[in-house]
Design a protein around this ligand. Structure first.
Ligand SMILES: Cc1ncc(COP(=O)(O)O)c(C=O)c1O
Length: 341
């Protein structure tokens, strides 16, 4: 039987999807509870939410397109930039390892993904990406910090790709930017072919709400708006997002927990002799080796669910562990120490 969605791994700690392990701000719950029957009965009005999001990002409202999770944004972008182009052989450049839905979006519109392998220690393969840009390139997927490696792409490299691929759209997927050093957002006016992707699923703890956004020059957004359902978001999600942005203490507190969690995970990996990569996101990629299935099972039996990345040819023997609330990370480390001996 085929059932929609991602199945729950069972009870326990969800460290497999890079969610906020502590939940969303209580201000969000209050705002959602305060919704009235009349509000739920009416088609939503997004204006206040777009204004709040634009204010938060420091851009004009016509630079913002709210999407039903960034996942929807990925599909809309592929539709607008790859699907609408009827010239045969449209290509999308995807540095790997990458977030799997990029490939699903490219395949959905009948385009070809050109995969670019990483450099040493998952370094961004700038030269290879630049060499891959051609007249067939319609879209370039850049993800910083990268899921699953946690590595960042430098501003200089982002600029170099945006310049080289001037005839294509360049997605800068910043799903984990709240945990990273900097954003590319200030460069958007200079690089008009660039589209920034953001989500409220990770740092803000709203994965269940499904809300994200694309940010770009209005001319760049226009073809994407054209393929966006007029009412793509529900009223609960836009209400939640606005309340999340009003709680200004929530994010710094959670980011501090994530920083401490990552430091403890690195230390545990060093103790256990496990190869790992320091991450700018809210997760850490760890190589457990040939025993990955056994480790996943043993962790699962202890109620700790992590993501198996071993089937990706670029991350053999690896699992990805979400770093959230420190107490949750400690529980994961205890389970890891009992499992990997
Ligand atoms: C790199 C990256 N982009 C986009 C998304 C999608 O986020 P959303 O939950 O907003 O659809 C994720 C979620 O895991 C992600 O890791």
């Amino acid at each position: 039987m085929i059932i929609q969605g991602i199945p729950r791994p069972g009870d326990g700690l969800r460290l497999h999807l890079n969610e906020n392990t502590g939940g969303c701000s209580p201000r969000v719950l209050d705002a959602v509870r305060a919704l009235t029957a009349e509000q739920l009965a009416a088609y939503p009005d997004y204006r206040a939410a777009v204004l709040a999001c634009a204010r938060h990002l420091g851009v004009d409202p016509d630079w913002v397109l709210l999407t039903n999770g960034l996942d929807e944004g990925l599909l809309l972008l592929a539709l607008a930039r790859l699907g609408a182009d009827k010239t045969p052989g449209a290509e999308a450049i995807v540095p790997v390892p990458a977030f799997d839905p990029y490939f699903a979006a490219v395949a959905a519109v009948g385009a070809t993904a050109v995969r670019i392998p990483p450099g040493e220690e998952f370094a961004f393969p700038l030269d290879a990406v630049l060499r891959a840009v051609s007249t067939r390139t319609r879209l370039v997927y850049l993800n910083t910090p990268n899921n699953p490696t946690g590595q960042e792409i430098s501003r200089e490299a982002l600029r170099a790709v945006a310049e080289a691929a001037h005839g294509a759209a360049v997605l800068v997927d910043e799903a984990y930017v709240e945990f990273a050093r900097e954003s590319f957002i200030d460069d958007l006016p200079r690089y008009r072919n660039t589209v920034l992707g953001r989500t409220f699923s990770k740092a803000y703890g709203l994965a269940g709400m499904r809300i994200g956004c694309l940010v770009a020059h209005p001319d760049t957004l226009a073809p994407i708006r054209a393929v966006t359902p007029v009412l793509n978001l529900n009223v609960v999600a836009v209400t939640a997002m606005q309340a999340a942005l009003e709680d200004t203490t929530f994010l710094p507190r959670y980011a501090a927990q994530v920083r401490e969690s990552k430091a403890r995970l690195y230390a545990a990996c060093r103790r256990l002799g496990l190869e790992h990569w320091e991450s700018a996101g809210n997760f850490v990629l760890v190589r457990v080796g040939d025993r990955v299935a056994e480790v996943m099972k043993a962790l699962g039996e202890r109620g700790v669910h992590v993501r198996d990345r071993s089937r990706d040819p670029h991350t053999p023997g690896c699992v990805r562990i979400t770093a959230g609330i420190v107490a949750h990370t400690e529980a994961a480390i205890n389970a890891l120490e009992a499992t990997v001996v």
